[in-house]
Design a protein around this ligand. Structure first.
Ligand code: GLC
Length: 553
């Protein structure tokens, strides 16, 4: 894809964007009605979370029919209208392809259940061992990764919910069927694809017991055959489309694999989503824990991933938020006095790095985690399972709730705050998930007198005009500074450099400017405080959550 470095992608969670028909659930016509808002941001493509036919046990990541729109969200005609209207404003569509597993409501699974041999081979069906499950793998949503296959003696594998049956990618017929799905949507004018948990499609040939959770993941993650499957996918579908943009969601991956997944000469994908930087507030690697984030670790991870992906020719998706994460602003920023400054600082830190930025709907107005008061306010199966598991481990209800509240995926799935009304202007009817902070944070107020949206517009514009941002290499500096995250972007054929400084805390902070930059004249490209051009001294002082991007020669 040409000019990948200039693109910015916006993510819409259709269920929560805008409800046009008053049923409390967002829909495709709702998105169409908000196109003018989307246009203001000047993004290049929108990634839509799945809106295919689904029983919604995992909010659409359990697909029952890959070829149709779920009636909750609209019709095929609505989808075609959406693609057309977005095209008119030069915005492409990126669809979420959930190809590792399908819903147990899918016709393939139903045929398999009915005993059809062809479809039995679509899934991982195994006999139990001496009255036990086929192996000891655990589902990522809690509990065993195997469930009984109808009234047969078999069990089927599901790395996620029991209603999400893993498809056996080793079977060439399965791959053909899945490639057909991708081509169907390509024929509807779609050029962007996000491939859900695509690096777990190459399970080990022998589904043996694991010795521990870390080793267990290795039995089904990033196995060499995944690269072969992605090359096949590329050739069979989007490979020759010059407009294609693809991203793989890579669960617990490595840099070496990510380079291979995203390096153009490998003909796999355009880029990868990786999650190491979003685990810096996990205690001993455990998501369901509550500790302050480790800033030094965050810097280390950004440094390693950015520099090595650059050296290896790979390409990163840059993001803080998505539908699986609590809001970054709540985790890494300030939700009170410095909400705007910290939102801008966080955006600067990722947007000016090397890769393609993704903005999750609501991020551009500084949305934060909802203030729920009971488990009844949550909908997500993962949150409910986690609460049960934590209390079973001996935590009090209150302790378990505190942890769930800080990590639940529902945090970011909350309806978009359009205005300060009871249902945040999202719907006339009680939404499927309730908003709580719309009085303080909403689109209407933000556009009238906020500064975050405006700042995002500037960041997006800069990426399109500054070659240092779209094409430059990256090198981190001030690596030991306890408050500042800083990096340099440079091009091989130019003396110009972009320097980015971000203060991750609410305290003003002074740092020594590396000698090679001292005395250089600088031009301010962007800052969330008033900043003027000048000459770099031997020290710089950053205000609370200040972000500062300057160009030097
Ligand atoms: C991905 C999706 C997540 C989903 C899971 C299983 O991680 O982003 O929402 O639950 O895959 O499909």
């Amino acid at each position: 894809m040409t000019d990948l470095g200039k693109k910015v992608i916006y993510q819409i969670y259709p269920k929560s964007f805008y409800d046009s028909n008053g049923d409390g659930i967002g829909d495709l016509q709702g998105i169409i009605q908000k196109i003018d808002y989307i246009k203001k941001l000047n993004v290049d493509m929108i990634w839509f979370n799945p809106f295919f036919v689904s029983p919604q046990n995992d909010n659409g990541y359990d697909i029952a029919d890959y070829y149709n729109i779920d009636p909750r969200f609209g019709t095929m005609a609505d989808f075609e209208e959406l693609v057309k209207k977005l095209k008119e404003i030069h915005v492409g569509v990126m669809l979420d392809m959930v190809l590792n597993h399908c819903s147990t409501e899918n016709i393939w699974f139903k045929k398999a259940l009915a005993g059809d041999e062809k479809y039995r081979k679509f899934f991982y069906l195994r006999q139990g061992k001496e009255g036990k499950l086929p192996n000891n793998w655990q589902s990522k949503f809690g509990g065993p990764a195997w469930s009984k296959f109808g009234d047969t003696d078999d069990y089927y594998l599901h790395l996620y919910d029991p209603t999400q049956a893993d498809l056996d990618w080793h079977n060439p017929e399965v791959r053909q069927e899945l490639f057909k799905v991708v081509n169907f949507w390509r024929s509807k004018g779609v050029h962007g694809f996000r491939f859900d948990v695509i690096n777990v499609t190459g399970k080990a040939e022998k589904l043996v017991d694991s010795t521990d959770p870390v080793e267990e993941k290795k039995l089904y993650t990033d196995t060499p055959v995944v690269h072969k499957y992605l090359k096949e996918l590329n050739t069979a579908t989007f490979g020759k489309d010059p407009e294609s943009i693809t991203v793989g969601e890579m669960s617990s991956t490595t840099i070496a694999n990510s380079i291979e997944y995203s390096k153009p000469s490998e003909h796999e994908l355009s880029m990868v989503f990786t999650f190491h930087h979003l685990k810096v507030d996990y205690q001993d690697g455990e998501k369901w824990s509550k500790i302050p984030f480790d800033f030094m670790k965050l810097k280390e991870l950004f440094t390693e991933w950015q520099e090595k992906m650059d050296q290896g020719g790979g390409w990163n998706a840059l993001f803080w938020n998505n539908h699986d994460q609590p809001w970054a602003l709540t985790r890494f920023g300030d939700t009170g006095k410095y909400r705007e400054k910290s939102a801008e600082m966080l955006a600067t830190a990722t947007h000016l790095m090397r890769g393609t930025p993704y903005i999750y709907m609501g991020e551009e107005i500084g949305m934060i985690d909802p203030d729920y008061s009971s488990m009844d306010d949550y909908v997500d199966i993962e949150a409910k399972n986690a609460f049960k598991a934590l209390t079973k481990k001996g935590l009090s209800d209150q302790e378990a709730f505190g942890i769930v509240k800080s990590k639940a995926r529902d945090n970011s799935r909350v309806p978009m705050h359009w205005n300060n009304e009871k249902y945040a202007g999202f719907s006339e009817y009680k939404p499927w998930l309730m908003p709580t902070d719309q009085a303080r944070i909403n689109v209407q107020d933000e556009l009238a007198h906020g500064e975050i949206f405006d700042y995002y517009q500037k960041l997006i514009k800069l990426r399109k005009s500054e070659k240092l941002i779209s094409d430059g290499h990256i090198k981190m500096f001030l690596k030991d500074d306890p408050q500042i995250f800083a990096y340099e972007r440079y091009l091989e054929d130019s003396d110009e450099k972009l320097l980015v400084f971000t203060n991750f805390y609410s305290k003003e902070h002074t740092a020594k400017v590396p000698e090679k930059y001292q005395d250089k004249d600088f031009q301010v490209l962007l800052s969330n405080y008033d900043a003027v051009n000048g000459k770099l001294a031997d020290e710089i002082t950053l205000a609370p959550y200040e972000a500062w991007a300057i160009k030097i020669k």
